[in-house]
Ligand binder design. Structure first.
Ligand code: ADP
Ligand code: MG
Length: 451
């Protein structure tokens, strides 16, 4: 990479690495640490748990290998068993890490081994029995070995998951968790991912990391998943419903997923959207499993292409073709937000997310922006512009402004909208007027959240 870039003044010398490592770095021709290396290495050297995201090619491998090797060097151990375990999704990737690790430990006494499918099982068992300090593995084969009782991870000092997002996409989630369960509970865990916009990565971080620090070097627009994140301000729930209908009738998407914070709200949205002739389904925790499965099937097959869901019900949802996610309610925190938007923007597709924000949700929304170190794209829909425009500049709590007056004005917009929507949608179509039911009152008086 670049020799000594002015925006990255740190050097490997002030990262507290020992001579054999510095010599190896030098031999490999690395002159200055990359940004992810400068950020992650000092934290990892303190045995902190880390969730790190940085784009492909940013030097993540050395960002976890260097501190791990340094920590192995600085603590003398006669421990039996593996001291550092690195999991990677594919053989090729494991091989790449293995080679870089060999280069980095070439002037030390440490040993590294690799365990991937397709290679000799016996040799791998032997390698593990020799107490090789660093082991790099793909999850599937490692589990087979674990079933034979060979590996001993009870004294493991560091567990690293590289390309966690890919590992999850490849269906390794369960395997990774059961491997982690066999490891020393006191270990350090480092989770690396090209992006945080993958709901599974955050979920896995919740399970495997303790008091972790997040090192996020890419914005959510970077990485493999291209998600365009928009917000539209709204006056109130009614206004939100109109915006929602407009988006579903006018934006392009294969499948749309709408999140609400409560099951009552999820149910309440269905009627009006069906009235718009949209193929709508609902998923929430109150429904029995059979109905949920049926809904998922309909959505998967495309018979239903608009799904309204609560967070809880959507947890297991992994469906191709979702390229529009609408947050009808602003989620309660940034992690929930990431879970939600992670359903779109799959590898080859462009995903769009829209969050509808009313005045009382503004602070929550800007908190999420701060959490993500990113600002969402403001979008307005001319036909449906409301009164609330976000807090007034220089006024920190512009809370009251949009709330009170909306009732009267809202009505006019409703009328305009109905006409407008019909005009647009009915081009070339026959339609009976007044199909739009105003509300399908919520038969479900269950508590407000979907716990
Ligand atoms: P990532 O895992 O983030 O996709 P890699 O760890 O595979 O990236 O690194 C990408 C390339 O950059 C590799 O060829 C690696 O050897 C090289 N590299 C890593 N760190 C440095 C550095 N500090 N200086 C120069 N090259 C580096
Ligand atoms: Mg990598």
């Amino acid at each position: 990479m670049q020799a000594s870039s002015p925006e990255n003044p740190s050097t490997f010398l002030n990262l507290s690495l020992e001579a054999p490592l510095l010599k190896a770095i030098n031999t490999m021709g690395f002159e200055t640490p990359t940004p992810v290396q400068s950020k992650a290495i000092p934290l990892a050297l303190e045995y902190k748990d880390l969730l790190v995201s940085a784009e492909t090619g940013s030097g993540k491998t050395a960002a976890f290998l260097l501190p791990t090797i340094q920590n192995l060097l600085s603590v003398h151990s006669d421990a039996i068993g593996t001291r550092a375990l690195i999991l990677a999704p594919t053989r090729e990737l494991a091989q790449q890490i293995f080679i870089q690790c060999q280069q980095l430990i070439q002037f030390t006494e440490l040993r590294v081994g690799i365990i991937t499918g397709g290679d000799d099982f016996r040799l791998q068992q032997n390698m593990l029995r020799r107490n090789t300090e660093i082991v790099i593995a793909t999850p599937g084969r490692l589990l087979e070995l674990i079933e034979q009782q060979t590996p001993n991870f009870t004294r493991l000092e560091t567990l690293i998951l590289d390309e966690a997002d890919r590992m999850l996409d490849m269906g390794f989630s369960e395997d990774v968790l059961s491997i982690a369960n066999r490891c020393n509970a006191q270990r350090q865990t480092l989770l690396f991912s090209a992006t945080l916009t993958h709901f599974g990565v955050i979920k896995m971080a919740d399970k495997l990391l303790t008091n972790h620090e997040i090192v996020a070097l890419n914005t959510l627009h970077d990485g493999h998943r291209n998600i365009e994140q928009q917000i539209i301000v709204a006056d109130d729930i009614d206004h939100k419903q109109k915006l929602l209908a407009w988006l579903l009738l006018n934006d392009k998407y294969d499948k749309a997923l709408i999140f609400t914070n409560s099951r009552v709200q999820a149910d309440a949205l269905r009627g009006p959207l069906r009235g718009q002739k949209l193929r709508v389904g609902v998923l929430h925790g109150e429904m029995d499993q059979k109905d949920r499965n049926r809904m998922m099937e309909l959505y998967r097959s495309g018979s239903v292409n608009v799904m309204i869901a609560t967070d809880l019900a959507a947890r297991g949802l992994d469906i191709e073709g979702i390229n529009l996610v609408i947050n009808f309610d602003v989620p309660r925190n940034g992690i929930n937000y990431i879970h939600r938007i992670g359903r779109t923007g799959r590898v080859d597709a462009l995903g769009v997310t829209v969050m509808l924000v009313k005045s009382t949700e503004w602070n929550l929304m800007s908190g999420i922006e701060r959490f993500l170190k990113q600002s969402f794209k403001r979008r307005t829909i001319k036909e449906l512009e409301g009164h609330y425009k976000g807090p007034k500049k220089l006024k920190s709590s512009g809370k009251a402004a949009g709330v009170k007056k909306k009732e009267t004005k809202k009505k006019d917009t409703t009328e305009k909208v109905k006409v407008r929507l019909r005009d647009k949608k009915n081009i070339g179509k026959r339609r009976t007027p007044a199909t739009q039911k105003t509300t399908e009152s919520t038969s479900n008086q269950a508590p407000n959240t979907d716990q």
